[in-house]
Design a protein around this ligand. Structure first.
Ligand SMILES: CC(=O)SCCNC(=O)CCNC(=O)[C@H](O)C(C)(C)COP(=O)(O)OP(=O)(O)OC[C@H]1O[C@@H](n2cnc3c(N)ncnc32)[C@H](O)[C@@H]1OP(=O)(O)O
Ligand SMILES: O=CC(=O)O
Ligand SMILES: [Mg+2]
Length: 534
């Protein structure tokens, strides 16, 4: 095993496998340490502010558009013009950063690849450092891969712009400490990519670009902006070299979209509608508020629900008023190369989803699978034509008030026993996959990742703790959920056969009970899950 040269005060406790020193370089670790010492206290204060806001919501408070920022809302300021490689974003593919997926994503024909250290990823040390190595190898043109079946993977000529999604502010990187403290996962992922790949991207005429997840306020965006400005100065980069698209995927963030764009305006590359975490956030924030915030079965909640429409309409109009891209979200239907009927359904559902996004003014959208790139491109081609985006469509007619963003009660659909079974089954299967190191999996032809799994487990929690009676008359009790857990695991066991014992389902059960049934709601399932990882 290689040994690392680490700056003063920095300790790396994860194993140092072959070539890790290339990305865990003294320069990269020095930036991690510098950012930690300058900014980590603020990160903790902002996480504490989230907790305080949650207490106000539990006590019956609500969310409002921030009054103190009226000049930001009324102003006619614009964010920086789109950076090279981010002008035309009509189709963006997302996915993990292992070697095969990296090559497949870069060969997919999409305009952008979101290289994901977040929802689609288990933050196993090997995934984090290995992913950074794959990004660097992709940019030096040296990445290739041979699958166990002998299939060879090489990079093609035409490649999408890479945009890296670091972990959210809540997650630590436990294998690296500075002055004895765990560093932030966000700062670790950000700094490694910037130091190792920033110059390589600039040499290609592009830049170090990021997607920023799970923020809850414009003050959190200000922290990112300060990190960017400081990192640019440290590395001798022009201000505005770093660009970031912010995911609006928490309810509090939807109340301060202009303020978030304004904070990041020199570094902004727009906003994205992260619909799955948004649903999770609605449940989490208002979980103790009874019938007004109880959603029907997860699969019954669509983007046409009034509160979801209010959110996407507001996002597009906010972005275009300030010259920022509005990027659509993920339809969870996964195509199949083996089952034509499943494939046809997935393509039709994704086409519908992208059609309303393009019609509403989004400049592009996400897909989860290479076979979905053509349909998304075709739909956006139909609306954009030769134009690279529709920033000129300002949607001035849109007017959304806070009550519309919170109108969860108007969501059509039932709460059913099948919906409860599905939530438990998906939760167990996903957690087992996550603990085995895969953060994105197809379950029943749907993409499941950390965000969709959060919805499943928090919905079970919410129904249980609000004494919900299901459409068939069954009351949601702890005994009922535990019975369903047992039934679901029996079904899974019969499908897995002998492989069951090694597939982490016992650990998944324990974790699911903790995050779905415990009286104290766990803020993010990835926090206790991460502590169970090596
Ligand atoms: C809520 C959110 O944040 S959404 C964004 C985060 N989530 C994601 O990014 C999920 C991305 N998607 C995926 O990870 C995958 O599509 C899955 C896990 C859902 C399904 O993957 P698989 O079961 O491998 O699908 P399938 O067998 O049909 O794949 C066919 C090929 O496409 C590749 N592929 C599938 N999805 C992707 C992707 N997103 N990126 C690159 N390659 C992909 C597979 O590697 C496979 O390649 P191969 O033929 O060379 O072996
Ligand atoms: O990150 C995207 C989401 O939908 O969550
Ligand atoms: Mg998300």
């Amino acid at each position: 095993m290689t040994t690392l040269t680490t700056p003063d005060g920095v300790a790396v406790t994860g194993p140092v496998h072959d070539r890790y020193e290339q990305v865990l370089s003294p320069a990269a670790l020095a930036l991690v340490a510098d950012l930690h010492r300058r900014f980590d206290r603020r990160r903790h204060e902002l996480l504490a502010a989230r907790f305080e806001q949650q207490q106000r919501l539990h006590a019956g408070g609500t969310l409002e558009f921030p009054a103190e920022a009226a000049q930001v809302r009324g102003g006619d300021w614009q964010v920086a013009p789109p950076a090279p490689g981010l002008v035309d974003r009509r189709v963006e593919i997302t996915g993990p950063t292992d070697a095969k997926m990296t090559i497949n994503a870069l060969n997919s024909g999409a305009k952008v690849w979101l290289a994901d250290f977040e929802d689609a990823n288990t933050p196993l040390w090997e995934n984090m450092v290995g992913g950074q190595l794959n990004l660097r190898d992709a940019l030096t043109g040296t990445l290739s891969f041979t699958a166990p079946n002998g299939k060879r993977y090489e990079l093609g000529e035409q490649q999408p712009t890479i945009v890296v999604r670091p972990r959210g502010w809540h997650l630590p990187e436990k294998h690296v400490t500075v002055d004895g403290e765990r560093v932030s996962g966000s700062l670790f992922d950000f700094a490694l990519y910037l130091v190792n790949c920033g110059r390589l991207q600039l040499d290609r005429g592009l830049g170090p670009y990021y997607y920023l997840p799970k923020m809850e306020s414009h003050l959190e965006a200000r922290l990112w902006n300060d990190v960017f400005t400081h990192a640019e100065a440290t590395l001798g980069l022009d201000t505005g070299t770093i660009r970031a698209t912010v995911l609006i995927e928490t309810v509090p963030a939807a109340f301060c979209m202009p303020e978030i764009l304004y904070e990041l305006r020199e570094h902004s590359a727009g906003l994205n509608a992260g619909r799955w975490d948004y649903l999770f956030s609605i449940i989490k924030k208002f979980r103790s508020r009874g019938a007004d915030f109880l959603l029907p079965d997860r699969n019954a909640v669509t983007m046409t629900a009034p509160f979801m429409r209010a959110y996407t309409e507001l996002l597009v109009s906010t972005c275009h008023r300030h010259g920022a891209h509005a990027i659509g979200g993920m339809a969870a239907f996964i195509p199949s190369r083996r089952d034509p009927a499943v494939n046809e359904t997935a393509l039709a559902k994704v086409r519908d989803d992208k059609t309303w996004e393009a019609g509403d003014g989004f400049d592009g959208s996400w897909v989860a699978h290479p076979d979905l790139v053509p349909v998304c491109r075709e739909v956006f081609d139909g609306v954009l034509g030769a134009a690279p985006n529709q920033l000129g469509r300002t949607r001035d007619e849109v007017s959304v008030i806070p009550a519309q963003l919170l109108n969860v009660a108007a969501t059509p659909g039932d709460k059913t026993l099948d919906g409860l079974r599905n939530a438990v089954g998906v939760g167990l299967r996903y957690l087992a996959a996550w603990l085995r190191g895969s953060g994105a999996v197809a379950i029943d032809n749907l993409m499941e990742d950390a965000a969709t799994a959060e919805i499943s487990r928090s919905q079970v929690w919410q129904w249980l703790h609000n004494d919900v009676t299901l459409a068939g008359g069954e009351k949601v009790t702890r005994a009922l959920v535990e019975q369903i857990v047992t039934e679901q695991l029996e079904r899974i066991r019969s499908g897995y056969g002998e492989a069951y014992d090694a597939a982490a389902f016992d650990a998944a059960r324990e974790l699911f009970v903790e995050v779905a049934l415990a009286d104290d709601f766990v803020d993010f399932l990835t926090l206790p899950a991460y502590e169970r990882m090596p």
